[in-house]
Design a protein. Sequence first.
Length: 86
Amino acid sequence: MENSEGEGIKHAGKTIGIFERAIVTILIFLSAYNAISFVFIAKSLARFNQLRKRGFAEYYLIGTFSSLSFAIVIGVITLRLGIFHL
């Protein structure tokens, strides 16, 4: 399952991002705002050793914050427009 460079499963980052945004959006729908931090914490723990490299840390933070921001904005807009409600 590893790619030719031995860097893990091909397209795993893209798949993780999709799940991350889906989970955060669902947490917004459930008004479980505090739980969003656990998504970030889980990702950070999984990448802890790599975060020591400045280039990777910047890449990781930009990607994670943009992904979380996108999911939060979509979740809040959806709730405000009444498209989804519990």
